[in-house]
Design a protein around this ligand. Sequence first.
Ligand SMILES: *[C@@H]1O[C@H](CO)[C@@H](O)[C@H](O)[C@H]1NC(C)=O
Ligand SMILES: *[C@@H]1O[C@H](CO)[C@@H](O)[C@H](O)[C@H]1NC(C)=O
Length: 416
Amino acid sequence: MSNLIWGLILLVFSAFFLNLDAFELRKGQKTERISGSAGDVLEDDPVGRLKVFVYELPSKYNKKILQKDPRCLNHMFAAEIYMHRFLLSSPVRTLNPEEADWFYTPVYTTCDLTPNGLPLPFKSPRMMRSAIQLISSNWPYWNRTEGADHFFIVPHDFGACFHYQEEKAIERGILPLLQRATLVQTFGQRNHVCLKEGSITVPPYAPPQKMQSHLIPPSIPRSIFVYFRGLFYDVGNDPEGGYYARGARAAVWENFKDNPLFDISTEHPTTYYEDMQRAVFCLCPLGWAPWSPRLVEAVIFGCIPVIIADDIVLPFADAIPWEDIGVYVDEKDVPNLDTILTSIPTKVILRKQRLLANPSMKQAMLFPHPAQPGDAFHQILNGLARKLPHDKSVYLRKGEKVLNWTAGPLADLKPW
Ligand SMILES: *[C@@H]1O[C@H](CO)[C@@H](O)[C@H](O)[C@H]1NC(C)=O
Ligand SMILES: *[C@@H]1O[C@H](CO)[C@@H](O)[C@H](O)[C@H]1NC(C)=O
């Protein structure tokens, strides 16, 4: 069949489908609460279930770094800053380390942005090492477990592997000094050296107030079938292609750039947030890392996330029913994306939309200030509380050492 005929068929089909959807959606604005444990877990209250001791560090590990570059407050890695602020005034905080279940070290290792705003975690390993050296010599708690009752916020592309390119991140592996700690990270991929068992996968930071200010009335129909804005190729960092997004974004572009059902482009319009609220499906393909802020944006704006990132581990997957609210498409199936999405029954689409409309689903994706019950801060605490009590085996005998303080690349060992 010629491309022209295909185009016509798609146009007719889309007109039919979108009309139906716009009509049904107005009726279907109801929300649905996921039944069973998932909904209950989302609404857990961590207060009274754990106590966290916040180490006091010299401001060069946190506040001073932020002063130098306030852009870090709006960056997708900003969770490390907001989590610190949240814990300082949280009822789970204890000033008595003897009664703490968890120890938290406030280091802003992602707050190192290029003039263009790209985070480069090249100094992070030395900075993290320096902070751990400091807490382990000034307090007795690190040496007791070598970090097994400590948690760290490492929201970088590949978490505590501290590199933005996967190949390099894998080569580095998780920073040796963090190998017993619990890592709270945005990165999540099954069977990957940068995700160790017991880590807590969190959503990337997306500015809550800003998103709120772009909400449009829910009665406005979703007249865009598939929406995506972002890079398809990263020519600067991946000149030969195929490495960036493992080729999945390139495949989206090459297959669907002329498809009328697909509203996709590299141009970032000022109506980006509004457009997501007018779309049925929002593509969330991997980039350098499997995750991107689109995941959060899609949930907030009620656009069904189409997750294209093989083996991704999604945020708070023990509490959020990602299979029910989103659509998973294998990277190799990107060329069939149109067929996959158009063959999802309207009934199924409407249910996903009702689940997405549930406020507790949205709340869990956000780091609002001030914090609110059920938000991402509370989900992180819930995750930490569910790991208690610590296994007896985490406590080392006096003088016993497990971690190798001199392992890892030589350059990481230089003082910070
Ligand atoms: C913890 O162990 C390190 C060496 O392994 C030592 O230098 C440090 O003094 C110890 N910390 C405390 C508080 O005893
Ligand atoms: C620690 O790591 C260094 C560097 O990889 C290695 O040379 C050394 O043998 C290791 N020490 C132990 C006790 O495993």
